[in-house]
Design a protein. Structure first.
Length: 324
């Protein structure tokens, strides 16, 4: 693992937004298209419904606009847009410039492709840009996975949905908010366990994804804890990638996390890849689950295989989003 040092630059969430398409596919709807039942899907995944419709740029713009409004910042205050997605509107160009234009921003904008780990990758990149002098950065996770999902396939069609979550992070001179530790990783030997060809649909080796995900969740958590100088008991809230409740359950048994410290929205959204963690963050804020001084762990894993984690000390100044 490459060496990397922590920094003392304050890191505050200035605004958070979320967007989900109106159309919902329930487990009951899927029973018409495939040999399955609501009970079978819930037991194996924890999912009850997923949202479909809307493009990645449309959903990104909705979530980002809400984050911008809640931050109290003006479009001219944003210095960079980072859009984490595995389902961009086009192969070329990236989707981020279109989102920046729709928001009236005049700054750099680029896509980041690290699958379900992408939004946490984006936070780490944004923190690095802050060390170079940027003050306000918009980090979005957004997906239109219905474009690459076969909803008649029982292994993948039960899992994936659309959505977007966005956060504006800003330098915090008071340093009440703080990046305490982070970890990024990838193992290209496992590219073939979850992928989609151009003009294809998602293909998955479910058993191997499960095995690798549980392993890397432990590895990345311990790496971020080591950088932060913390233990499992020091973490007040965990916001993991929303892929499968069984994966989270298995990892938590090994790590020692309790479910009362975990934010899960999977039952309502399905797996929204790069959007899942910021969507869960928005939900945690709506439920008033974040308190000043809390140590919050963001933990992602996904195709590639990639993984990412970040521990942030919550500064408590952000007003929560409305429930959705």
């Amino acid at each position: 693992m490459p060496a990397h040092a922590n920094s003392s630059v304050g890191f505050r969430f200035a605004g958070v937004g979320a967007a989900l398409p109106e159309k919902i596919i329930t487990n009951g709807d899927l029973t018409v298209a495939m040999d399955t039942t609501d009970e079978w899907i819930r037991d194996r995944t924890g999912i009850g419904a997923r949202h479909v419709g809307g493009s990645t740029s449309e959903l990104s713009t909705l979530a980002a606009r809400e984050a911008l409004e809640r931050s109290g910042l003006a479009p001219g205050d944003i210095g960079q847009v980072i859009l984490a997605t595995t389902s961009p509107d086009f192969i070329c160009p990236g989707t981020a410039p279109a989102v920046a234009h729709a928001l009236g921003l005049d700054c750099g904008a680029f896509d980041l492709q690290a699958a379900c780990s992408g939004w946490v990758y984006g936070l780490v990149v944004a923190n690095g840009l802050m060390l170079q002098g940027l003050v306000n950065i918009l980090v979005i996770g957004a997906e239109s996975l219905d474009r690459i999902t076969d909803y008649t396939a029982r292994d993948t069609g039960i899992l994936f949905g659309n959505g977007a979550g966005a956060a504006i992070i800003t330098q915090d001179p008071s340093a009440k908010g703080q990046v305490l530790g982070w970890d990024l990783g990838a193992n290209g030997a496992h590219v073939g366990i979850l992928y989609s060809e151009h003009d294809g649909v998602l293909q998955m080796d479910g058993k191997e994804v499960f095995r690798q995900a549980v392993t890397v969740m432990q590895r990345s958590t311990h790496a971020s804890l080591a950088m932060a100088g913390l233990t499992i008991d020091d973490i007040d809230l965990v916001i993991p990638h929303q892929a499968n409740t069984r994966i989270v359950d298995a990892a938590w048994k090994k790590l020692g996390f309790s479910h009362d410290k975990t934010v899960m929205i999977l039952d309502r959204t399905g797996n929204t890849s790069a959007a899942s963690i910021p969507l869960a963050l928005a939900d945690a804020l709506a439920d008033n689950r974040l308190r000043p001084g809390d140590n919050v762990l963001f933990l992602g894993f996904g195709a590639g295989m990639t993984w990412a984690s970040m521990i942030v000390r919550w500064d408590g100044t952000l007003i929560g989003t409305a429930a959705w």
